[in-house]
Design a protein around this ligand. Structure first.
Ligand SMILES: C[S@@+](CC[C@H](N)C(=O)[O-])C[C@H]1O[C@@H](n2cnc3c(N)ncnc32)[C@H](O)[C@@H]1O
Length: 358
């Protein structure tokens, strides 16, 4: 019995190592434009290397690795190495190349690479209790975070998430122009998604991280919404933040904050009496159980490598981590002066939406 369990565990670890190699090699293929090129049809390693401006020997090794791991397909594996032709099947292309698809997952690889960047500091943080600054995770984390939520935010926020609050949905379409504040907006896709869904609104996106705000400005420009979406480098907990908004939102960021109550107090203040306060965060279970579920398996992964350490950087910190359960948010909301928290009926595998009632 023990031997069987041991062998199953060994098998699982070997598969996990294979999974890690998948993720890192997907990162390489994505960065170098290999998947995009292979989605166009059959290519030899010479053709792939020439189309992407890369080295043939490396391209060939990557092609063989990607075939053996089942991501791409080979036309005839008995052909000479230099004349073998490879392509990316359509089912994989949607996931690895189609940026607008809700099934686009290439940024997952970028995120995983990003969260492993400050590994030495992370190990040290576990010893000392210090945090790891968000900046130290670098460009891959910021871009990967934006990319993984981009399609969902551009498509779902305006088509189903905000319409699930009918009075807000109506207000966002009405005159005078409604005002929206988006805290922890990262590279801005939620702000941009709201502005595109509701062309009359004026959106202010706030984030502590300047590289994210720089990217958010570029994204708003590319999406032609710079006139109605403005981004600002600000701490959500800053008591000097003022204004009056019809919607104050925070997408996937409250659990990253060292002082979430201060951020929620700002949100409450800026919504005044009539504004809606919306928090979208991870769809984790109500309590910790040994069994967990697939969502928590992934969420605890982000947490041990990234969300908890970034949240521990500023002191004092409540140390939330990615797995912010509904009751934890309820407690933060109560401490920030909210009366109640309602879970909105949105359908999403990873996210849950909470409306905080003043
Ligand atoms: C996981 S990212 C989410 C970004 C974006 N909302 C999204 O869903 O893609 C968390 C973001 O919260 C920001 N953040 C963390 N603490 C903050 C604070 N106190 N004030 C403003 N932004 C903060 C980080 O800089 C980061 O961009």
């Amino acid at each position: 019995m023990i031997e069987q369990e041991r062998d199953a565990f060994i098998e699982r670890l070997l598969k996990s190592a294979g999974g890690v190699f998948d993720i890192f090699s997907i990162y390489i293929g994505d960065r170098l434009g290999y998947y995009r090129a292979l989605a166009g049809g059959w290519l030899t390693s010479v053709e792939l290397a020439s189309q992407t401006g890369t080295n043939e020997r490396y391209a060939r090794e990557w092609l063989e690795q990607q075939t053996v791991n089942g991501i791409i397909e080979v036309e005839d594996d008995r052909a000479d190495a230099e004349s073998r032709r490879f392509r990316l099947p359509e089912s994989r292309a949607e996931v690895l190349v189609e940026r607008d698809s809700l099934n686009y997952l290439a940024p997952l690889a970028q995120l995983v690479v990003g969260v492993t960047r400050p590994l030495e500091q992370l190990v040290d943080a576990y010893r000392t209790g210090k945090g790891v600054p968000y900046n130290n995770y670098g460009r891959d984390l910021v871009e990967g975070q934006g990319g993984i939520n981009r399609a969902t935010f551009l498509q779902e926020i305006g088509s189903s998430w905000l319409p699930s609050i009918p009075d807000l949905h109506a207000r966002l379409q009405a005159d005078p122009a409604a005002r929206v504040a988006d805290f922890g907006c990262g590279v801005g896709w939620s702000s941009i998604g709201i502005a595109r869904a509701y062309p009359k609104v004026l959106v202010d996106g706030y984030d502590l991280d300047s590289p994210s705000i720089e990217a958010a400005n570029a994204n708003a420009h590319d999406m032609n919404v710079s006139d109605c979406v403005k981004f600002h480098v600000r701490d959500a907990g800053d008591p000097a933040l003022a204004g009056q908004y019809d919607l104050v939102a925070a997408f996937e960021c409250i659990h990253d904050m060292s002082n979430p109550v201060a951020a929620l107090q700002t949100m409450r203040r800026l919504a005044r009496d009539r504004g809606t306060v919306l928090v979208v965060d991870e769809r984790v279970g109500d309590t910790f159980t040994a069994k967990g579920n697939d969502v928590e398996w992934i969420m605890y992964g982000w947490s041990v490598l990234h969300c908890l350490p970034v949240g521990m950087e500023e002191k004092p910190s409540v140390g939330t981590g990615t797995v912010m359960r509904a009751d934890t948010l309820r407690r933060y909301a109560k401490d920030a002066g909210f009366r109640d928290v309602e879970v909105l009926p949105i359908e999403n595998f990873f996210f849950r939406a909470y409306r905080l009632m003043a």
